[in-house]
Structure formats: structure tokens, C-alpha cells
Design a protein around this ligand. Structure first.
Ligand code: PMP
Length: 357
């Protein structure tokens, strides 16, 4: 049998592990920070119409530059942004990959502050970008002095800040982002996949875009917009950054059907984002409940909660799974992460955890 080691794969990929959140067929799935609400009948009907119209043109390539979608995304974000400052791709993962294709690569380095989104180092590896691992404080916040010192020492080409951070839920104050922008010699990516779930008073880095041409804010339609299956992510940045993306994107990377689906979802945004308030309330409730149970819980601005600490977290994860609820074994040792589901799903999670403890 041929194994990976038998193939002439790049040396720097040998021994690497792929991204691997388990996809198990379990009744209650609270492991990949999806939105638990499927599209409404009205949205499905409009999506089907748009897909039918798009289907009639599938002999032709899509709009290579997704101009209309980018305008709609700019309109959604506000902050005076225009379509020229927006760029879209198949999920924010592809956006991040394009960013490293353009600004990272062989001989270049990127820094992240871990624990953070596990795909950042994996995309760095795929693009042959050296990964430099920074740390966080005990409460998962970022100490700006330590972050700046690390950046000054390593002079990375790309800095990743994740706010709110996955898997901890921690949002960054704008002051920390400003300090990093002032210190970083290269691009600064603020991954805001969970921005819509932030608590009141947690501002977006979008407000820092004017005057910061090396700032890139990435977003996704996978979470708040409940569109994970459609694969749509985007960035907002200076138009020059979009010009850089044009150099590395594959032509026609975003299909006609994807562009159409994203535009319909944006047109339905009031309905789609309507679930966000309820998910936030559900999150705050589960944080309080876990703390009442004597567990340690990281403050969360996201649609998930990191809690612990368990001497044997795998046993707890497995016990919860045995009771029909899939959560995620991720983050520092001893911690587990649960995504926020519907009221019923959270009740099932609480019952499962009580059964295990
Ligand atoms: N950034 C962060 C911080 C994430 O947690 C995720 C998804 N888990 C993504 C980016 C990628 O999401 P997508 O590719 O679905 O947009």
C-alpha cells in the first residue's frame, strides 16, 4: 500500500496533520461553531429562484471579480466602505490562503497568538510561510507590550489577530490592534469570523481601516449568516490589498451559484441576523450555568464557549458524545469548547454534561 511518505511530497509537509474537526453523525452537533438555524422557507424559495436563473448561464464563467456581491458586502458592513475595498472567496479560509499567497510564502513569516484558530498555522504551512507562535495571558487576553515585543523581535510579514478569538471567545480592544498596527512591519490580519456575536461595546477593527492600508479585516457568512454550506468569506481592506488578491486568486474562483446564493442571503440579512441576538442570550446563559457548576469559563464574544478545566478532558468529551452531543476537544489541555445551538440543543448539552460530572 502506498503511504504519504512514499510520495515525493514537499519536505516541509512531511509529518503534518490535516485539519480534522470530527464530522460524526450525532443528533446534537455543537462542535464547529455553525449557526443551528437552517434557512427559512422564504429564503430557500429565493435561493432556488436565484440558482435557477444562475443555472441558465452555467455555460459561461462567473463574474471573475464578483463585483455585485462585493458591493452588497460593502453595503452590509457600512463604515463608508465601497466594493473596491471588499474581496470575496470560498469561505474566509480561502481568503486567508490568498492573503498568505500574496503577503507570506517562502522566506517569509507569519505570527499568531495561540491558542487561536488552528487553520492559521495550517494555511501558513500550505503556503510555505514560516509560522511563529506567540502566546496569550492566563485569561486568553493579549498583553499589547508582549505582543509588540514579539513582533519587534521577529519582524513577521503577516500578523494574525483573531477577534473574537477561536477557541477562547476573547475579543481584542481596539487599542491592542492599534498598538500592533503601529509595531508590525507587514500586514495585520484581524480575523473577525465571529464579529456579529460580540457583546455590546466590543468594536470591530473595520473602524481602523481609514489610514491603515496594511490592515485586513476578514469576515465570513458561515456563522452569523448561517451559510456555512455555501462557502462564502470576505475581507475589507484598502483597494491596493484587493489588487494583491487579484494576483493570486484562481480565475473564476467564486462560482455563479455561490455568488448568487450569497447575494440572496445578504438580501435576507434581517431575518438571518435575527437569530444572532437569541444565540448571544443563549451563550450568556450557558456561561452563567457552567460557572454555577463551579467550572472555569472564558468570557465569550462568540457563538461558542470554552470551559474546563478537566484533568481528563477526553473522557469528558467522550462521555458527552455517548449521550448524543458532539462538542469539540480543542484549546489548551483541560479545556473543551461547545458551540451555541438552539434552546433544545443546549438543554441536551447541559443534561449530557451533568450526566458526566
Ligand atoms: N476564522 C475563524 C476564526 C474561524 O473559526 C473559522 C471557522 N471555523 C474561519 C475563519 C473559517 O470559516 P469559513 O471558511 O467557513 O469562512
Amino acid at each position: 500500500m502506498t503511504t504519504l511518505d512514499d510520495l515525493p511530497i514537499r519536505d516541509d509537509l512531511r509529518g503534518k496533520q490535516p485539519y480534522g474537526a470530527p464530522q460524526l453523525n450525532v443528533a446534537v452537533q455543537l462542535n464547529t461553531n455553525e449557526n443551528p438555524h437552517p434557512p427559512s422557507a422564504a429564503l430557500i424559495a429565493d435561493l432556488a429562484d436565484a440558482i435557477r436563473r444562475g443555472a441558465a448561464t452555467l455555460n459561461r464563467y462567473p463574474d471573475r471579480d464578483a463585483v455585485e456581491l462585493r458591493k452588497d458586502l460593502a453595503d452590509y458592513l457600512g463604515h463608508g466602505l465601497t466594493g473596491r475595498q471588499l474581496w470575496a472567496a470560498n469561505g474566509s479560509n480561502e481568503i486567508l490562503q490568498q492573503v498568505l499567497q500574496a503577503f507570506g510564502g517562502p522566506g517569509r513569516g507569519a505570527i499568531g497568538f495561540e491558542p487561536s484558530y488552528s487553520m492559521h498555522p495550517i494555511i501558513a504551512s500550505g503556503t510555505s510561510t514560516r509560522w511563529i507562535e506567540g502566546g496569550r495571558e492566563e485569561d486568553f487576553s493579549l498583553d499589547p507590550d508582549r505582543a509588540v515585543a514579539l513582533i519587534e523581535r521577529h519582524r513577521p510579514d503577516v500578523v494574525f489577530l483573531t477577534s473574537p478569538n477561536n477557541p477562547t471567545g476573547t475579543a481584542l480592544p481596539l487599542e491592542v490592534i492599534r498598538r500592533v498596527l503601529a509595531a508590525a512591519p507587514g500586514m495585520v490580519v484581524v480575523d473577525e469570523a465571529y464579529a456579529e456575536f460580540a457583546r455590546a461595546g466590543t468594536p470591530s477593527a473595520l473602524s481602523l481601516l481609514p489610514g491603515h492600508p496594511r490592515l485586513i479585516v476578514t469576515r465570513t457568512m458561515s456563522k452569523a449568516f448561517a451559510l456555512a454550506g455555501a462557502r462564502v468569506g470576505y475581507l475589507a481592506a484598502d483597494p491596493a490589498v484587493v489588487d494583491a488578491m487579484l494576483l493570486v486568486r484562481l480565475p473564476y474562483h467564486l462560482s455563479t451559484l455561490t455568488q448568487a446564493a450569497a447575494r440572496v442571503a445578504l438580501a435576507h440579512r434581517d431575518e438571518l441576523l435575527g437569530s444572532v441576538d437569541a444565540l448571544r442570550a443563549e451563550r450568556d446563559e450557558i456561561v452563567a450555568w457552567l460557572r454555577q457548576r463551579g467550572l472555569t469559563v472564558a468570557d465569550s464574544d462568540s457563538n461558542f464557549v470554552l470551559f474546563g478545566k478537566f484533568p481528563d478532558r477526553h473522557a469528558v468529551w467522550e462521555g458527552i458524545l455517548d449521550r448524543g452531543v458532539l462538542i469539540r476537544e480543542t484549546g489548551p489541555d483541560g479545556w473543551l469548547r461547545v458551540s451555541i445551538g438552539t434552546e433544545d440543543e443546549m438543554a441536551a448539552f447541559r443534561a449530557a454534561l451533568e450526566g458526566v460530572l
